[in-house]
Design a protein around this ligand. Structure first.
Ligand code: COA
Ligand code: MG
Length: 306
C-alpha cells in the first residue's frame, strides 16, 4: 500500500516552491500545470518541473504531475514533454476535469506509446479528478476505465461551479460547507467518490482546504473525510502538511482500540466463541477486520513495532 495522506500541489512555474516541496514532509508532491499556472507560463512550467525533478532530491516522496484537461490545447504536450523527459521519476499523472471514461482511454494510450518507446521502468498511474456533474454521473465507468487508475480525487471548487451552486467563501475550497446546510454540503458527492474508488481498489483523495491560515477548519475537514473513508487530502500550502498527515494516520486512541479488539478476539477464539464481549461492547469478525487494518497501517507508518 502506498502512503498518500498529504498531496502537496506545487505550481509548476515557481521554482522556489519546488525547493520548498523537496524539503517538506508531504507524502506526495504534485507538480501542477493546470489551474495554478497562467496560460502564458505553461511551457516554462513544463521545463521547470522537468529540471526540478532531475535536479533535486525527492527520496521518500512520490512524485505526480497534474496536466491540463484533455479538451485543452496543452494536455498532449504536457504528457509528451514531461513523460519523455522524466517519466521514470513520475509515479502518476493527475487528470483534471474527467468527464468521460474516454478521457482516461486517451491518456492511457498516449502513455502506452511513450512507455513502449522509452521503458520508464514502471507503468505510470492515472489519478482522475471528479469535479464536474458529468464526471460524477459516469464515475463507475471512469473508475474501471484502465488498469492504470490509482485514485479518484474530489475537485471541490470546479464541482461547485459545474453544478451552479453558490460561492460562499473567498477560496470556495471547503471552508464553509456546514454552517449554511444541514449536514455537510458535499456529503453525497464525497460518499459517491469513496464508494466508486474503493469498489475498484483505488485511493479516495479529498479536495484541499482553501483557508491555509485556519488550522481548526482544516482539521475538521480532514477528520470528516477520513471518517467517510478518504485516504488523503490535497494541500496547497506547506503549513497544512503536518495537520493532514496526522489526520489521515491512526491516532493513539485508534491503535489502543485495535490492540484491545485483537486481544479480545484471540481470547474469544481460545474459548470457542466467534463474537467476544468487552466492557459491554460486542466484537465480531467485522470489528477484527477493521482493527487489523488500523494495526497494519500503524506498522507501515512506523507508529508501532511489527
Ligand atoms: N508548495 C511549495 N511551497 C509553497 C507552496 C506550495 N504549494 N505554497 C507556499 N509555499 C512556500 C512559499 O514559497 C514561501 O516560501 P519561503 O518561506 O521560502 O518564501 C512559504 O511557503 C510561505 O508561503 P506564503 O507566503 O505563506 O504563501 P503565499 O501567500 O505566497 O501563497 C498561495 C499562498 C495559496 C498562493 C500558495 O500557497 C500557492 O500557490 N499554493 C498552491 C496553489 C495550487 O497549487 N493550486 C492548485 C491546486 S488546488
Ligand atoms: Mg479543479
Amino acid at each position: 500500500m502506498e502512503i498518500r495522506r498529504s498531496i502537496l500541489s506545487v505550481p509548476g512555474h515557481i521554482v522556489k516552491m519546488h525547493d520548498k516541496a523537496a524539503h517538506s514532509e508531504a507524502d506526495v508532491i504534485m507538480f501542477d500545470l493546470e489551474d495554478s499556472v497562467p496560460v502564458g507560463s505553461k511551457k516554462v512550467a513544463r521545463e521547470n518541473i522537468v529540471d526540478s525533478i532531475r535536479r533535486l532530491d525527492w527520496s521518500g516522496k512520490l512524485l505526480s504531475l497534474r496536466i491540463n484537461a484533455v479538451d485543452t490545447s496543452f494536455a498532449y504536450g504536457d504528457v509528451i514533454y514531461c513523460v519523455e523527459h522524466c517519466g521514470s521519476m513520475l509515479r502518476s499523472l493527475v487528470l483534471p476535469k474527467v468527464n468521460h471514461e474516454g478521457d482516461i482511454h486517451f491518456l492511457a494510450r498516449l502513455l502506452n506509446g511513450i512507455e513502449s518507446n522509452l521503458s520508464p521502468g514502471h507503468p505510470i498511474s492515472i489519478e482522475a479528478c471528479i469535479e464536474t456533474a458529468q464526471g460524477l454521473e459516469r464515475i463507475s465507468r471512469i473508475a474501471e476505465a484502465s488498469s492504470r487508475l490509482k485514485s479518484l480525487v474530489f475537485g471541490i471548487a470546479d464541482f461547485t461551479a459545474s453544478i451552479g451552486a453558490p460561492l460562499t467563501t473567498l477560496s470556495a475550497h471547503g471552508e464553509d460547507d456546514t454552517s449554511n446546510h444541514s449536514g455537510h454540503r458535499w456529503h453525497y458527492i464525497l460518499n459517491r467518490i469513496v464508494t466508486a474508488a474503493k469498489s475498484h481498489g483505488l485511493y479516495a483523495i479529498d479536495a484541499p482546504y482553501g483557508n491555509f491560515q485556519d488550522e481548526e477548519g482544516l482539521i475538521d475537514s480532514a477528520r470528516m473525510s477520513r471518517l467517510l473513508g478518504f485516504d488523503g487530502k490535497w494541500v496547497i500550502h506547506p503549513g497544512q502538511i503536518s495537520i493532514v498527515n496526522e489526520a489521515y494516520s491512526p491516532s493513539e486512541h485508534e491503535i489502543e482500540l485495535a490492540k484491545q479488539i485483537l486481544e479480545a478476539h484471540k481470547e474469544a477464539e481460545i474459548n470457542g466463541r466467534g463474537a467476544a464481549s468487552k466492557e459491554g461492547h460486542m466484537i465480531d469478525n467485522a470489528t477484527v477486520r477493521l482493527a487489523e487494518k488500523v494495526w497494519e497501517f500503524a506498522i507501515q507508518l512506523g507508529n508501532i513495532a511489527s
